[in-house]
Design a protein around this ligand. Structure first.
Ligand SMILES: [Mn+2]
Length: 433
């Protein structure tokens, strides 16, 4: 196994879909497990060697499957759990990685590397305090480990910075939306006279509005690698914000006869992917809904172009363009995965603040309701009161507790709030794998 990288937190570069098997068997069964035969141990060692090979050749899905097989054979071997944890890290399945590393630690509380793996998972899921606790524990096991000492120091710095920024924010009174309107009213965000790009139409009262010609021209402008004036960015964000602010945390999207709906997943700052997807789904119209299911930004370097295009459609077609908030429409992710840097670089600090705020106004889930009752009975689907099939679309997942109702989701107070590390809002928009 190769050694971990020393950057904290490291920027993941792999975006393999999460397909490796879930943790198994559960640890609670382990202690009750029968004695493992010598043959099973030998077979597990053989499978482990194959898994290590797959890992070295970067076939992480195969490695995860092989480690799982080895664990089935010999669940008491902490190194198998620890290696699978590292494989999970490579697959960006940090939730599973945490579980595996914790199992390795339970099996062998002095297993330094398992603490390291778990700390990495905590870092990647931005649980700095827990990462620090594991680094400290590791240093009691390996006091000479300079790499860990350095990582502990830098994690403490990140934590202090995050706490400092939180404190500053609480002191700020005006919401970034109000502040931007103020700056506009004061004439502090005018379009440069030299600007040659597409122009937002204006209303009779002299206010900016939006039309399809502008969006089409803007997309061409973006394809030429050009940026919009900051004022236009603000107008588009604020235009979309008006509608998000009126939506509930769970949007009910009742399709009418003759309407269709497409759902687009994580675009992650890839503008050309977005255009390709739109070419497949079609853009929103009166008869065609589009739902973008979160994670529009971060990772790719065209996050601004992606989010501006989506928000422009939202402003133009508020009743057929929808966006769910993903785990990357959050400050903590944007700090690590690129959007904060890109937004500030292209349009300045105030623009980033505006984006951060409007991300909090995006709904968390959408319930798409079919136009007609199903032609034939469908399994045990829970139909709407009118007997129609519905599709619950959410970026994160379902809940750690049972009995959460649609009404509970609808009532989540989301505006101005980050999803945090637990609770309904966290689980609905964040996924751990
Ligand atoms: Mn995501």
């Amino acid at each position: 196994m190769s050694e971990p990288s020393s950057s904290v937190p490291s920027s993941p570069t792999i975006s393999t879909p999460a397909t490796s098997p879930p943790p198994s068997p559960a640890l609670s069964n382990l202690t009750l497990q029968e004695h493992v035969s010598e043959e099973a141990k030998a077979e597990a060692a053989k499978v482990k060697a194959e898994a290590n090979k797959a890992f070295t050749s970067h076939d992480f899905n195969k490695a995860a499957q092989l480690y799982s097989k080895a664990i089935e054979l010999n669940p008491h071997d902490a190194t198998l759990w620890c290696n699978r944890a590292y494989t999970r890290v490579k697959l960006e399945e940090h939730g599973y990685g945490l579980t595996d590393a914790s199992t390795a630690i339970q099996l062998d509380p002095k297993y330094a590397k398992a603490y390291y793996r778990r700390a990495t998972c905590y870092l990647q899921t931005l649980q700095y305090k827990k990462a620090i606790a594991d680094f400290r524990k590791l240093l009691t096991l390996e006091p000479q480990n300079q790499l860990v000492r350095t990582q502990l120091d830098s994690t403490q710095k990140i934590l202090r910075k995050a706490e400092f920024e939180k404190a500053i924010e609480m002191e700020e009174e005006a919401s970034p939306v109000d502040r931007c309107y103020e700056i506009i009213a004061e004439g502090g965000c005018e379009v440069d006279r030299d600007y040659q790009g597409p122009a937002l139409p204006t209303t009779d009262e002299g206010k900016f509005s939006i039309d399809l010609d502008f969006i089409n021209a803007m997309i061409e402008w973006f394809k030429d690698g050009k940026t919009l004036p900051r004022r236009y960015v603000w107008e588009i964000v604020l235009g979309a914000h008006t509608y998000f602010a009126q939506e509930e945390s769970l949007v009910t999207l009742d399709l009418e006869d003759g309407m269709t709906c497409d759902v687009i997943g994580d675009v992650h700052g890839q503008f050309y992917d977005l255009l390709h997807l739109y070419s497949l789904t079609g853009i929103p119209t009166d008869k065609h809904c589009l739902l973008m299911n979160g994670d529009l930004v971060d990772r790719g370097s065209w996050s601004i172009e992606v989010i501006i295009t989506a928000l422009a459609y939202k402003w133009l077609y508020p009743k057929t363009m929808y966006i769910n908030r993903g785990n990357h429409e959050t400050k903590e992710m944007n700090r690590t995965y690129g959007f904060e840097g890109e937004a500030k670089h292209k349009h300045g600090d105030q623009t980033y603040k505006l984006f951060s705020h409007i991300f909090t106004t995006m709904p968390l889930a959408t319930l798409i309701c079919a136009t007609q009752p199903p032609a034939s009975p469908i399994g045990n689907a829970i139909l709407s009161p009118e007997g129609k099939k519905r599709y619950f679309v959410v970026h994160g997942g379902l809940f750690s507790k049972d009995g959460v109702t649609l009404e509970d989701i609808r009532k989540i107070e989301r505006i101005g709030r980050q999803p945090g590390q637990e609770g309904l809002m966290c689980e609905v928009s964040k996924h751990s794998q």
